[in-house]
Design a protein around this ligand. Structure first.
Ligand SMILES: [Fe+2]
Ligand SMILES: [Fe+2]
Length: 341
């Protein structure tokens, strides 16, 4: 009978009592509900949805489909690479793809640990708790998928450089200390990979079917993750004071600039193993005009998020330029870079 005296409120209302309300909160919560529903009804398991042992997916020697694509990969575009014998181009391409997968999983591992930190502090009834946990579950599947691919390639690739591996245990702490900055780092990791994978899938580029399958699964689920990070930042940044917003506006381009290099530039083992001249490395990351363009193009959606969140001001615009990643602002998410040209 005592139970009847307990005041029962809808749980979402309870969650709201713990945080300051913000404009558009109901809409934000509805988006999270929709994203959570989509995660339940459309998700993948790398061991059910990829037939790793099919002959079609076998990774065999001297398969020219592993040559770095000149259209999307700054390495494949460089005349030095194109002048190498075909078997070396293939070996470099395979090493590169395996290493990108390894970097991807190292990022996702940081993200999963950070999300767990973030959700641990959320109140009962929080729609963010539910969606973020769905996301972490999907990221676990992605790390399994990427590691399986690396194992099947059979090259002992290190993934990120020493800096990335050193900061890995520290990054999740930001999810507790400065969640908005943490979600910026999430975008910095997800946007470049997602942008390049989408570009590739949209093109008629020749690709190994194992890579195509991995990209299809990844792009399908990343769309939700990136949508969540955009929503969270767009809704929560405007609630912060003037000074934190200024700081975030300057940190955003710096974070994107550091992260795109960490993701796209292979570690020193790559340059040493394949005996690549220093000048070639400099051209590729990021001296040549084409490389500079690639670096700019991957952040069209982040610039859009920055604008919507009020993070574009004269100082931050200068910082975007200084970091070499200023450029066109996407009109909608995933707008292809060529659409506005
Ligand atoms: Fe992922
Ligand atoms: Fe993700």
């Amino acid at each position: 009978m005592a139970l009847m005296n307990i005041t029962k409120r809808p749980l979402t209302q309870m969650a709201r009592m713990h945080a300051r309300p913000f404009p558009g909160q109901a809409e934000y919560e509805q988006t999270l509900q929709d994203l959570s529903d989509a995660s339940v009804h459309r998700n993948f398991d790398p061991y059910l949805d990829i037939d790793w042992d099919s002959p079609e997916l076998a990774i065999i020697e001297n398969d020219p489909r592993w040559v770095c694509d000149p259209q999307f990969d700054p390495i494949g575009r460089h005349p030095w690479y194109q002048a190498q014998p075909l078997d070396k181009q293939i070996e470099m391409g395979l090493w590169r793809q395996a290493n990108v997968a390894k970097v991807g999983l190292q990022f996702e591992s940081m993200l999963i640990r950070g999300i767990m930190q973030y959700t641990a502090a959320l109140p009962n009834g929080s729609p963010e708790f539910r969606y973020a946990t769905h996301e972490a579950k999907e990221e676990c599947q992605h790390t399994l998928m990427f590691q399986e691919f690396v194992n099947r390639v059979g090259m002992d690739v290190p993934g990120g450089n020493i800096f990335l591996r050193r900061i890995s245990p520290i990054v999740p702490l930001f999810a507790t200390l400065t969640p908005l900055f943490f979600y910026m780092m999430v975008l910095g990791g997800e946007e470049p990979i997602d942008h390049l994978q989408k570009q590739f899938l949209r093109s008629a580029g020749v690709q190994h079917p194992a890579m195509t399958r991995i990209m299809q699964i990844h792009v399908a689920e990343e769309a939700r993750h990136i949508g969540f990070a955009h929503q969270l930042l767009e809704r929560r940044i405007p609630t912060r004071g003037r000074f934190p917003r200024l700081l975030l506006s300057l940190m955003l381009p710096i974070t994107m600039r550091v992260m795109v290099t960490m993701i796209m530039m292979p570690p020193h083992q790559f340059w040493e193993t394949f005996d690549i001249p220093r000048e070639v490395k400099k051209d590729i990351f990021w001296r040549s005009p084409e490389s500079q363009q690639t670096k700019r193009d991957v952040f069209g959606d982040v610039r859009m998020m920055a604008q919507k969140s009020g993070l574009m001001n004269p100082l931050s615009r200068f910082m975007w330029r200084l970091c070499g990643i200023d450029g066109r602002i996407s009109r909608f998410r995933s707008e292809p870079a060529y659409a506005a040209q």
